[in-house]
Design a protein around this ligand. Structure first.
Ligand code: SF4
Length: 181
């Protein structure tokens, strides 16, 4: 099956790499998408699964603070983190994580490669290497990525997590993935 034109290689990206219009106020680096990243992945025949943006879904586009862009990013990120730690949003994060893992399982069950889960460093939700808390960027993991990581572990699925910032050299970050070409 699926011996058609497709590459059978998929990467899971944090929503905002493909849709900068969803990111919190004051933090977009591109008008629409992270075009160099998208070009890089498509050039390597890697298709893109866009994960949901938990902050947009739960807190809305302004994240519940119309003055968010006036605060330092890590201060606003810490406020967002606190909002997302409330019980109801925590349950939402569980359901978003279940959805993403179910999609990954479907690809894997059909012999596709899910090459990586790509999060956005510094984010209170999607950070992989760094996140925001106590008004600082700190070493650590975001709330959503933490849920995803636990779900994959419970499912005995091993997929690398890669954390990016817009200015990163992603050809280095994706070195191991690209070497599989
Ligand atoms: S980093 Fe995650 S939570 Fe933040 S805007 Fe991007 S997808 Fe949404």
């Amino acid at each position: 099956m699926f011996n058609d034109g497709r590459s059978r290689k998929v990467i899971f990206l944090a929503h905002c790499f493909l849709n900068q219009n969803a990111i919190s106020d004051g933090t977009a680096d591109y008008p629409t998408a992270h075009r160099p990243l998208v070009d890089f992945l498509l050039d390597h025949n890697i298709s893109i699964f866009q994960m949901p943006c938990p902050e947009f879904i739960y807190l809305g586009l302004d994240r519940g603070n119309i003055h968010g862009a006036e605060s330092p990013v890590t201060v606003e990120n810490t406020r967002i983190r606190r909002e997302m730690q409330k019980a109801e949003s925590d349950r939402k994060l569980d359901s978003f994580a279940d959805y993403v893992v179910s999609q990954a399982k479907e690809y894997i069950a059909n012999g596709f490669e899910v090459l990586a889960i790509v999060g956005a460093n510094r984010s209170p939700n999607c950070g992989v290497d760094t996140t925001s808390d106590d008004n600082e960027e700190i070493q650590g993991i975001g709330l959503f990525i933490d849920k995803l990581s636990n779900r994959f572990e419970e499912s005995n699925i091993s997929i690398p997590f890669i954390g990016l910032k817009a200015a990163d050299d992603f050809s280095i970050k994706f070195n191991t993935i690209v070497s599989k070409d």
